[in-house]
Design a protein around this ligand. Sequence first.
Ligand SMILES: Nc1ncnc2c1ncn2[C@@H]1O[C@H](COP(=O)(O)OP(=O)(O)OP(=O)(O)O)[C@@H](O)[C@H]1O
Ligand SMILES: [Mg+2]
Length: 231
Amino acid sequence: MKNSDDYLPIIIRGIAHDLNNILTITMGNISLCELYIDDDKEKLKSIIKTLLSSCKRAQELISQLNLVSNFQSSKKENIPVLALLKHSVSCIGTTKIDNIYLINNSNSINIQGDPEEFRQIFLNLILNSLQAIEQSQRLKIILDNTEFEEENSDHIEPGYYLRITFQDNGAGISEENQAKIFKEKFTTKETGTGLGLIISKLLIQKNNGYINFNSKKNTGTTFNIYFRTAR
Ligand SMILES: Nc1ncnc2c1ncn2[C@@H]1O[C@H](COP(=O)(O)OP(=O)(O)OP(=O)(O)O)[C@@H](O)[C@H]1O
Ligand SMILES: [Mg+2]
């Protein structure tokens, strides 16, 4: 594990990465405006609302740049997991919105951490899945609980966890690339920065969580993230 000074440049690049995500979202929403401009005023209004909230979020991120030297002291608050997931999905501005299913099978959802950091984690994982699926495919986001015993293959500390699963049936990741996806700047996308997953992993670890995944080329990809919760 790196020490916190090593994180700083990664986090700064992470903020740049999130600003880039916001631009992607903004451009997606502008394209939607073009689609609805002639005959759906109500839809247009709601897209403009989303655009404004994206701009506001960009402002927040820029102000975060000023706070980044306080990296170690991030917040410890109750995370409104469902609300944050719903918000992440709704703000993306994608025509694939109907391909996303949010399924809550959890009976214990209370976790603690920094809400802003969770928002970044969710957005990165959802965007990756959406970029991997075609119009006919789908992304399931599933919440449930799981318990880890003393010895487990993922080296997760024993305990009771909230598991959030992002399961898509999209392009999948080749075996060769599976070893590289958490490396900085690894991307298979023309406009990708290859920072989304490494930043997400650091933020997950910083909030005392874990991430693992499995994937099969042309079949799909599942990312699981785990955060401690009371039973
Ligand atoms: N759900 C997924 N399905 C298929 N491939 C994925 C998925 N998630 C990640 N990958 C692969 O892992 C690579 C690294 O992902 P990461 O989020 O770090 O960067 P990126 O998505 O390429 O760029 P950015 O996040 O900056 O837009 C991707 O380029 C892609 O090849
Ligand atoms: Mg990404």
